[in-house]
Design a protein around this ligand. Sequence first.
Ligand SMILES: Nc1ncnc2c1ncn2[C@@H]1O[C@H](COP(=O)(O)OP(=O)(O)O)[C@@H](O)[C@H]1O
Ligand SMILES: [Mg+2]
Length: 320
Amino acid sequence: MSAIQFDQVSLQFPGAARPAVDQCSCEISTGRLVVILGPSGCGKTTLLKMVNRLYEPTSGKIYLNGQDIRQVKVTQLRQQIGYVIQQSGLFPHMTVAQNVAVVPKLLGWSRSRIQARIDELLTLVQLPPQEYRDRYPAQMSGGQQQRVGLARALAGDPAVMLMDEPFGAIDAITRATLQDEVLRLQCQLQKTILFVSHDVEEALRLGDRLLIMEKGQIVQYDTPFNVLTRPANEFVYHLMGADDRVRQLGLLRVETAMQRSPGASLNGEPTVEQRDSLRNALSLILKTGAKKLTVLDQGSPVGILTLEHIRDSATPNSVP
Ligand SMILES: Nc1ncnc2c1ncn2[C@@H]1O[C@H](COP(=O)(O)OP(=O)(O)O)[C@@H](O)[C@H]1O
Ligand SMILES: [Mg+2]
């Protein structure tokens, strides 16, 4: 069963020339981090907001864990879904602790359980509780506020997280740190995440699937590797900048091109981490003259990577 299923979902705003979301169908498996990618105005936010019923589709259905979301009370639905937006949406008159406690309070948790949860979550998003609990949003940087927004969205332990360009207004260095944070949380907590972005680099960095939208329609839903190397149409090809191979190698992770081998071991060959870019792997091969690299997952060997693997990853790649 998929965590989220869109079945022929459309939304036509009154008076608009065309639907903002047009006949979208797609199934998102549990535990995936799916990035919805497309230019401004293509319908990403509208699609996302239908999942927690901030908008209702004009036609079609959305299922959460197999259940039609219209059969669930809105308040109950939203308790199962964490929501993070660009402007953090923190209540300015509440402290960090009070902001994080909003959902647990709604859920009727005991005072001690709520206090423990606040400390746990602030620690998780790397804001030491004793230092940050009693601050107000205005006393923190944009990046720190987004961390609190993330902690608040996670508070009721929702299975699904919706994130709408959460780091769009944050400087590049902090954004990269927060992206790492999302990947770590995803790994640690196994949430199903729908993450909206209009930034190709961010999408490739985060997504294990990309959902590409153009004018309200889903034009491709696939792995980052396939979207880059086999774009569904010319729009996707140009969106991804697929004509620039060197850039492409810089964006693709080693794990997308490597050959996995269960019995892999360290044998003196140069090593590369599977999350590293193919571009770095290529430089290592060229620099050392090695025939192959041993690929590591956090230090443990999981497979190999050769020049041929890298070459294959970049070949087809023509305008369809
Ligand atoms: N509340 C609304 N009322 C009318 N039109 C809207 C509303 N929200 C979005 N739209 C229109 O729907 C289209 C898709 O918008 P949106 O989903 O916000 O795009 P994105 O998030 O991809 O930038 C745009 O043409 C936008 O102007
Ligand atoms: Mg948007």
